[in-house]
Design a protein around this ligand. Structure first.
Ligand SMILES: [Zn+2]
Length: 80
């Protein structure tokens, strides 16, 4: 089990922003990977799926946004 931070790609800045939440996964990637890539042909864990419905705040526009494309949602292991 390891803890993963979620980053979602912002279409306005063309950059990923941290969502500010983390999730514990049994089968997460060893390094940053998109959800679509890592879970290709597999079921996305329910806890992660729930987190993906959250919004992130764009530091540039100050707006809350959501990302529905799992190719643009990334999970990265958190050290410690
Ligand atoms: Zn942004």
């Amino acid at each position: 089990m390891a803890r993963y931070a979620i980053h979602i790609y912002c279409d306005e800045c063309s950059a990923p922003h941290p969502m500010g939440v983390s999730v514990v996964l049994n089968d997460g990637p060893p390094e940053l990977a998109s959800v679509a890539e890592h879970y290709a042909g597999k079921t996305v864990p329910g806890t992660l799926n729930l987190m993906l419905r959250n919004c992130a705040k764009c530091p540039k526009t100050g707006k809350m946004f959501q990302q529905w494309d799992s190719k643009k949602i990334f999970i990265a292991p958190v050290a410690g």
